[in-house]
Every structure is written in C-alpha cells, then in structure tokens.
Write a new protein. Structure first.
Length: 290
C-alpha cells in the first residue's frame, strides 16, 4: 500500500500550525476526513499534561480546534482537581464541550494504605472513568491496589518510565508484576520511555495484548536521549507500525499524545503531531477522524 510522502506531511502540518490561532482552523481537519475510508480503529486523544501550563478553559478551546474529544486528565492546574466539588465542575465542563474523559493520571500509589488508595479510586469513580494510569506504584502496594480494582471495576494501567525507572523501565517489566493478577491490572505503554529502555514498542504491544489499557504517544530523534523529543513525525518512532500492531491486537483504548516539550507554547508541535498521525491513518486506508 502506498504511504503518504514526508513532504505532504510537512506541508499539511505547516498549514495547520499557521492557522492554529484562527477560529476557522477546524475545517482544515474536516478536510482530512472527507477522503473516506473505513472507520479508524485507532482513537486519538491527548494527555492533559501536554497543556500543564494552561488552565482547563484554554485546553478545552485548543481541543476543539484540534478536533480531539478524548482526554486523559491529570490533577494539574484545574484539569481534574482531587477536590470533589472542583472535580465535579471540571467533569461538567468537559461534558458540556463534548470531551470524553477516558482515563485519569498519572496517579501515584506509594502508600500501602486502604484510605489513601480508596481516595484515588473514588476520584476516578466520580469522574466516570474506567482507567487509572498509575505512575510507578510501589510493588508492595499492588496486592492492595488489586483489591480495589476488583471492588470498583476500574482498570490500573501502570506507566513505564524508561531507564531511569528502576522498577518499571519497560512495559515488559510491568507485565512481570501483573501477569498473575486480576486481568484489570495492566499497563500504559509510553512509547518514548519504552524505546529508551531498549524494548521494541511493537513487540511490547503484542506482549501486553489484553492488558494494554492506555498508550502515550510521542516521538524522539534519539532512542537513548529523553531530551530528543520532537513533534510526532519528526523523529524515528515507527508510528505506522505502532498503529498496525494496535489494530492487530484489537486494542480498544486510546492513543494519547503526551507532548512534553515547549510547555509554554505547545500548540504548533501538538498540531503537527495530530496532522502526522491522521496522515498515517489515512495512508493505512482509514478515515482519520479522532
């Protein structure tokens, strides 16, 4: 099957980035979806950490411009506060703007304590979310976390954090800990950290299979350097192969862009990243509507 040229991606990305502050940006994305094709099995979303320096209202505005409706929300700024009243207002704002909260986190489980863990599951339950992205939980807490997974019917997706993480550098390390636990104990594959840990991300997707509950997508120019992150499509990440692997395992979750650079001006890189990923999906024969 013919792939879309790099020149096409760059040209489309530049046009979209140039229009990023205009109210008429959204039709540019509509044009990308008019080519037809089968519905995409890949659902593109965004991790709210991408917009960590901005308030919820601005993030909602940008998500509308991007035509992205899926959000993995974190308790940063006012994106999804832990306070029940403030959280309820955030959930209401998202619902009013057609934004679907599909995951929360990363949330950290460092205490082997019922009250601490229950509070975090209640936070997720109030938001109506069925996936918690867990950042580096202490292994000793996992049996207790599993107990709450069963009680609340909420999945735990342990996020791998690369070679700096001494416990969960790779998704394969996550799987070693959860393989004999409840099937709702699984992983969130961060593709950048996965590759930096020396694990082929496509192989990790197949290894995780039904225990893969969330994906954080990004791109790197150097798989040994955390600081080499760039907009998706500008680096070496095998985006098409990742999408093909997710399709083969019938992954039901979301692929969330986690753009960790240019925190004070994220939209040019975010816009380019989504344009590139939609172009890949279009090249695979799918309608790249998020």
């Amino acid at each position: 099957m013919k792939t879309i040229s790099r020149r096409t991606f760059v040209r489309s990305s530049a046009l979209l980035a140039a229009a990023s502050t205009l109210p008429i940006r959204q039709p540019a994305f509509a044009e990308l979806t008019e080519a037809g094709g089968a519905p995409s099995p890949i659902r593109l979303g965004v991790a709210s950490y991408t917009f960590r320096n901005f308030q919820r209202a601005q993030m909602i505005t940008w998500m509308k411009q991007l035509n992205i409706t899926g959000l993995n929300a974190k308790d940063t700024k006012d994106h999804l506060p832990m306070d029940p009243t403030a959280e309820a207002q955030a959930v209401s704002d998202y619902e009013a703007n057609g934004i679907h909260l599909h995951a929360v986190g990363a949330i950290y489980f460092q205490k082997d304590d019922d009250d601490d863990i229950r509070a975090k599951f209640e936070y997720c339950k109030r938001a109506g979310v069925k996936v918690i992205v867990a950042g580096d939980p202490a292994p000793a807490t996992l049996p207790r976390v599993e107990k709450f997974v069963k009680e609340y019917d909420i999945k735990i997706a342990i996020h791998n954090h690369g070679p700096e993480d001494k416990i969960f550098p790779s998704p394969l390390d996550v799987l070693k800990f959860v393989k004999s636990m409840d099937p709702r104990m699984g992983c969130c594959i961060d593709v950048g950290h996965c590759m930096r840990a020396g694990t082929d991300v496509v192989e990790a997707i197949h290894a995780a299979g039904p225990r893969l509950f969330n994906m954080h997508i990004k791109d790197l120019t150097n798989f040994t350097s955390k600081e080499s992150q760039v907009a998706v499509g500008e680096g070496k990440m095998p985006i098409r192969q990742i999408f093909e692997a997710l399709t083969r395992i019938k992954y039901p979750g979301w692929v969330d862009l986690e753009y960790e650079i240019h925190a004070d001006d994220p939209m040019p890189g975010v816009t380019e990243s989504f344009a590139y990923m939609r172009g890949v999906l279009s090249g695979m024969g799918y309608n790249p509507r998020a």
